[in-house]
Design a protein. Structure first.
Length: 195
């Protein structure tokens, strides 16, 4: 910001030499306002790939999720082409948008998961023989896995809350409708496109 102000001052000095003070002041104001707006936009979007209502999806969170899934594919299936990687990036972005909406809706409904619930489920998973292999294949830490469990439990509770009055067959359809309706109403800004 200091550099921007210094640039405006230098510009004013040059224009003053040409005896056009009103033009200089107007130009300086326009230039300063433009730089402030651009600087503000950079701060707002810096480090985010998208925003869902008031929740930013950071580049770090996006990269972490993308790399976990990419590592899983590359360790268990095959290497992906560049086109497939871009498709995967788009899918990860959709998943993270859904996650932001689900967490927001769960919060509105007072749905939460205690640390004790998460720890109990984590201990059950750790006992399974392939747990360590799964973490290694996805390059996921135990804390990442704990976060995954917590989100899955919150999602399951929201799913139960939304679909409790529907038949077993209709539950997935109704939850998808609910989620899509919330997506339509959400203010979603995407700052990074993957094509």
């Amino acid at each position: 910001m200091y550099i921007l102000i210094q640039g405006v001052v230098e510009m004013l000095e040059k224009i003053k030499v040409h005896k056009k003070p009103i033009t200089a002041i107007c130009a300086a104001i326009v230039l300063l306002v433009t730089f402030i707006i651009l600087d503000q936009q950079e701060v707002t979007h810096n480090g985010a790939v998208a925003k869902v209502n008031d929740t930013y999806i950071t580049k770090a969170d996006f990269d972490k999720q993308y790399n976990m899934i990419l590592n899983y594919y590359q360790n268990t299936a095959r290497k992906l082409s560049d086109k497939e990687k871009n498709g995967l990036k788009q899918e990860v972005l959709v998943q993270l948008i859904d996650k932001a909406i689900i967490l927001e809706e769960a919060k509105k409904q007072g749905i939460s998961v205690s640390d004790q619930e998460v720890d109990k489920l984590l201990q059950e998973k750790i006992k399974k023989p392939r747990f360590k292999e799964t973490l290694e294949a996805t390059k996921m830490s135990v804390d990442d896995y704990r976060d995954k469990i917590k989100y899955e439990q919150i999602r399951a509770k929201l799913y139960q809350s939304i679909t409790k009055n529907y038949s077993y067959v209709d539950k997935p359809i109704e939850f998808t409708k609910y989620l899509n309706e919330k997506k339509k109403k959400a203010k979603i800004d995407i700052y990074e496109k993957f094509e």
